[in-house]
Design a protein around this ligand. Structure first.
Ligand SMILES: [Zn+2]
Ligand SMILES: [Zn+2]
Length: 630
């Protein structure tokens, strides 16, 4: 049987809050009863009441008998306490030593401090003096730590219960992190200096003890507006936006508090056209077959979910463009999709075929590279026209074939020595149609056949990878910046799936709804060709999980962006990151800009994935046993 992990809470306070001190004891006993077995944890309270009397000063006795603990819990009301040999009061001295331990990654993992709000006038000069000291202490504290105010002991009970439960869960999660990626002895001052000096565009700060929070989301009041209030009278209402900076990309991200409440912020709001049956479409069609009504036929071809209507339009419409739209409709039959799909046609694919031998994934050069220095397209030989129809072996085969192909091209000296990395742009099969309300969207991929675009920028080009590399170089944290970020994500339970090589997570900076990312764990993996066989396998598993999770969230349309460095660049702490930038929702500002306005908080993605991820991960991971490692 597994042993219960012990977590120790030290309660520090002057003598006037004995009710609260007893409440802590009660709360902890309840946590042990309700969560002890589930979480395999035993929480222990240390209080000076339980420390045996000893020779020497009372405070020295307490100091020497406290021993190590995990959580410091301080309480103050009207009394500050009496001076000790080292500080103005015992509580102050205890907090000081806890703070030192916490700052230097010692045993103290969390510091909680509660102040009971004082509502009465002090009875005498001594009481007034004590209260003044409490207030000064609180003011001093506010620059270093977050504290909580409460009114009555009953409020205290609720606060302490929530805080302790949260921290206990958090600490348990933390202990599962392997030692090698712990960020310890971080020199926070240094990080801050570097930060200020270069003004890096990331609000993630490793181990920021000042704010007790490593990711910043600044909540800012913006201009107020009038909205409908009671009895139809418009009322002036404050608006708030939350601004954060992407931890890995040079982007600003804004979440409007009101905007995030919108119903339309959710994907899969497709207009219902089921009222139109084949019969009515057939009788309408002769009247629609004129130039002026072409747009109505296009909308119908785009939106109907009826396979028979699509077949009818394909067979009867005189306009080739309308016909081709039906074949790209996600509801089209596989036959219809194949008829209009270039990648399904043998003449097309074999003319351009760059594969060696019998790979199941085709690789061709893009006929019209629109900017990249090299530009290839990889697609499965099978007629697969929707990402959610891909299974692990398909994705694995695609990734692996791309890797082998690029290695070969590089060896053969097909390119200049150092193209700026490899990006993989992944096109979705579902098209873009904006009709005022959101529909199924994607930036009009002209080919519905699932494919990955592989492009490398000309040597010397600047890309997202350079920015991330800069962060990794400038922010000197033990284990590297990305490791620190990863550890933070684990602590916040943003990690969805993890194995020895990769981590799939909800990023703290999402530039589109439900964006997911995969990070390669080994530091120094700067580009796609630096991946090992095992890493490609792990990446493919995580990618398949991501595609299926997004499918479950109603998202079938996304761009995959791989953040990498040029082939010749060495970087100790950089790691390749694969981003799933979803295209399901109306982004107010496009990714061409540096500002993204999004509808959701990353935590919402996390919460939505909690109930569904287990079975999806299980299914994909189990299917991994079947893939052929070549
Ligand atoms: Zn096809
Ligand atoms: Zn938390």
């Amino acid at each position: 049987m597994r042993e219960k992990k012990e977590i120790c809470v030290f309660v520090s306070s002057p003598g006037d809050v004995s009710t609260e001190r007893d409440i802590v004891e009660d709360v902890v006993q309840r946590i042990n009863k309700t969560l002890g077995d589930e979480l395999m944890v035993f929480v222990k309270v240390k209080r000076w009441e339980d420390i045996p009397p000893c020779a020497g000063s009372v405070q020295e006795t307490i100091n020497s008998h406290v021993g190590p603990y995990d959580i410091f819990l301080g309480i103050m009301w009207e009394r500050f306490g009496s001076p000790t040999s080292n500080a103005e009061s015992g509580t102050q001295e205890e907090l000081k030593s806890a703070y030192e331990s916490w700052k230097s990654n010692g045993s103290v993992a969390e510091i909680l401090f509660y102040f009971r709000e004082n509502t009465s006038v002090p009875r005498n000069a001594d009481a007034a003096e004590q209260l003044l000291k409490v207030i000064r202490f609180r003011e001093e504290l506010s620059s270093k730590l977050k504290y909580t105010l409460y009114h009555e002991p009953i409020d205290f009970e609720r606060l302490v219960r929530d805080d302790l439960e949260h921290i206990v869960r958090k600490l348990l999660n933390k202990t599962t992190v392997p030692k090698s990626i712990n960020v310890e002895n971080t020199d926070i001052e240094k990080v801050e200096q570097v930060w200020d000096a270069i003004g890096v565009a990331s609000s993630f700060k490793p181990n920021n003890h000042v704010e007790k929070q490593t990711f910043y989301r600044a909540r800012i009041q913006t201009t107020s507006g009038y909205i409908a209030g009671k009895e139809g009278v418009d009322e002036l209402k404050s608006n708030f936006i939350l601004i954060s900076k992407d931890p890995i990309r040079p982007f600003d991200i804004q979440i409007g508090e009101t905007r995030s409440l919108r119903q339309a912020g959710n994907p899969t709001a497709i207009p219902d056209l089921t009222i139109l049956d084949l019969g009515s479409v057939k009788s309408m069609y002769p009247f629609l077959q004129v130039e002026g009504y072409r747009w109505i036929r296009m909308v119908l071809a785009e939106l109907t979910t009826d396979q028979k209507i699509l077949d009818f339009i394909y067979e009867n419409d005189t306009d080739p463009q309308v016909r081709s739209i039906t074949a790209k409709n996600p509801s089209a039959s596989s036959d219809l999709q194949q008829k209009e799909c270039k990648f399904c046609q043998d003449r097309f694919r074999f003319l351009r075929d760059l594969r060696s031998g019998s790979d199941k994934t085709f690789i061709i050069a893009n006929d019209f590279p629109y900017g990249p220095y090299f530009h290839y397209i990889a697609f499965p030989a099978q007629p697969i026209h929707a990402w959610q129809d891909l299974e692990l072996p398909d994705i694995y085969d695609m990734n692996h074939t791309i890797w082998r192909f690029l290695k070969r091209e590089q060896k053969a000296g097909k390119w200049l020595p150092a193209p700026a990395g490899v990006f993989i742009g992944l096109n979705s099969s579902i098209r873009h149609l904006v009709m005022g309300t959101r529909t199924r969207t994607s930036a009009g991929a002209s080919i519905t056949h699932v494919h990955k675009q592989i492009w490398g920028m000309a040597p010397g080009s600047v890309n997202l990878g350079n920015h991330l590399d800069e962060l990794c170089r400038r922010i000197e944290v033990k284990g590297g910046y990305l490791n620190a970020y990863l550890q933070f994500l684990r602590r916040e339970q943003m990690v969805i799936h993890e194995d020895d090589h990769v981590v799939l997570y909800v990023p703290y900076g999402q530039i589109s709804i439900h964006e997911l990312q995969i990070m390669v764990k080994k530091p120094g993996i700067t580009h796609y060709l630096a991946l090992s066989e095992e890493e490609i396998t792990s990446l493919s598993i995580a990618e398949t999980i991501a595609v299926k999770l997004l499918d479950a969230l109603g998202i079938h349309s996304f761009n995959q962006v791989m953040i990498t460095l040029p082939f010749d660049r060495v970087s100790t702490y950089f790691s390749l990151i694969l981003c799933f930038v979803t295209r399901e929702v109306d982004l107010a500002v496009s990714e061409l800009n540096h500002l993204f306005v999004v509808d959701k908080y990353p935590e919402e993605t996390r919460e939505l994935l909690v109930p569904i991820k287990g079975s999806i991960i299980k299914q994909v991971v189990e299917s991994a046993a079947g893939i052929a490692i070549s």
